[in-house]
Design a protein. Structure first.
Lengths: 226, 202
């Protein structure tokens, strides 16, 4: 089955892509670029680098813009998936949804309307166990956005290695935070994955932090050999 | 051992992660041993060793199990509790003489409990995740236990501990799967046909 992966460049959609590659044919990555940074459905930090990540993976990228207005996002998603059907003949869509019924139900409805299969290979995973698997499978990712009081500025740009993962799990338990960050507590950017042919090297980045919110903006990056 | 059946389009599909693994996880958390099988590959030894069976859901577009109903013939003589989830409920309904019809519902919905049964004891209403493209018209041998605005949400055979739920209890309603597993453990409670038959000296 030819599939398109809804891709944000973060750990969840990247890991879902890898899971899908093991069982079906991933024909393309699909990115919706929200103009509104507070998008309800779509991950935003560094989404402009999804094209570089697609190059790293050797996969074509289909992208469509969205105004990022709550219910219009569904129509924007539908346009992006229709484009992937036309350009790459996909028969189904893969998402990195774990527990978000809001996100999963909307993608399911769009897929149903378009006659597409919908797969959520991370659905209902235990978050701690899942994070362990992501890190131990060779994914390298950093924290590209924070939006929780318990995650301060020091987390911005921090790579999720073993030490950071243990710290995050402890923080999540103490603060009753979703350790996978699916509630928007933090966002991630994948630098390398088992299916990447090249890895991403960050050349220039900047941090913005205000209140409990912060963003690690990657201003310049390039591919390097693995 | 609890037999956990994958009803998706092929063994080891991408859907198994989504519909089978969460159920498998609940079975393990309850201290029971799950035995995962694709519905086309259930052996007699699997049925003999099982204390109960759960038939899992499938992707919305995946209805291939309805073309392979001969694989579910064992349901009419299985002596332990059975829980069919979504696709599993549809297969159960068809095997016992009911029908399925087009009926799409995606998202959270209010479920109202309308029939008394230990599976729903103490629950009058709850919200549940629906993800189905087909709805069920239950066979005459089943009672309706719960409904939602989209139709029948839970059924039970009038004499056998065979249940079907159209919503997905593995999403936000794990309690239902846990209760079902406790029914599987209650030997001699009337939820286990083999015990009942033993009492009657059959």
């Amino acid at each position: 089955m030819r599939l398109g992966v809804l891709f944000s460049g973060g750990k969840d959609s990247s890991f879902a892509c890898w899971k899908a590659m093991g069982r079906e044919e991933v024909a393309c990555l699909i990115t919706v670029l929200p103009r509104n940074p507070e998008s309800y459905l779509f991950h935003t930090p560094n989404i402009h680098l999804a094209a570089l990540q697609a190059d790293a993976a050797g996969l074509p990228l289909v992208s469509a813009e969205s105004a990022g207005v709550e219910e219009e996002e569904v129509a924007d998603l539908s346009r992006a998936l229709s484009l992937a059907v036309r350009e790459h003949g996909i028969e189904g869509v893969v998402t990195g949804a774990i527990r978000s019924v809001y996100q999963a139900a909307r993608v399911q409805r769009v897929c149903h309307a378009l006659g597409l299969w919908c797969f959520n290979p991370l659905w209902q995973r235990d978050e701690e166990e899942y994070l362990e698997e992501v890190v131990s499978s060779g994914f390298r990712f950093l924290v590209s956005g924070v939006s929780a009081a318990s995650l301060g500025e020091a987390w911005l740009g921090r790579e999720m290695d073993r030490e950071a993962l243990d710290e995050l799990k402890a923080l999540a338990r103490r603060n009753r935070m979703n350790p996978a960050g699916e509630g928007g507590e933090y966002e991630t950017f994948v630098l390398d994955a088992p299916f990447f042919r090249k890895r991403i090297e960050i050349l220039k980045a900047s941090r913005e932090y205000r209140g409990d919110h912060g963003m690690y903006r990657i201003d310049d990056a390039r591919l390097e050999a693995k | 051992m609890i037999l956990v059946l994958d009803l998706s389009y092929r063994p080891g599909s991408l859907s198994a992660d989504e519909f089978v693994a969460p159920v498998e996880c609940i079975v393990r958390e309850e201290g029971q041993t799950p035995q995962i099988r694709h519905y086309t590959g259930v052996a007699r030894e699997d049925l003999e060793a099982a204390d109960g069976a759960i038939l899992c859901g499938t992707a919305l577009k995946d209805t291939g199990y309805l073309d392979g109903l001969e694989s579910f013939g064992w349901l009419t003589s299985f002596p332990h509790p059975v829980l069919g989830i979504c696709a599993g409920m549809q297969a159960i309904a068809r095997i016992f003489g009911g029908t399925v019809q087009e009926g799409v519902s995606i998202g959270m919905a209010e479920v109202e409990v309308t029939g008394e049964d230990p599976l729903f004891a103490g629950r009058n209403r709850f919200t549940a995740y629906e993800l189905h493209g087909l709805s069920v018209v239950p066979p005459a041998s089943f009672r309706v236990l719960a409904v939602s605005p989209s139709g029948v949400q839970a059924i039970r055979h009038r004499e056998m501990p065979v249940y079907g739920v159209l919503f997905h209890p593995e999403v936000r309603n794990e309690w239902l799967v846990r209760r079902f597993l406790s029914l599987c453990r209650q030997k001699g409670s009337g939820h286990n046909r083999r015990d009942e038959e033993g009492k009657r000296g059959i």
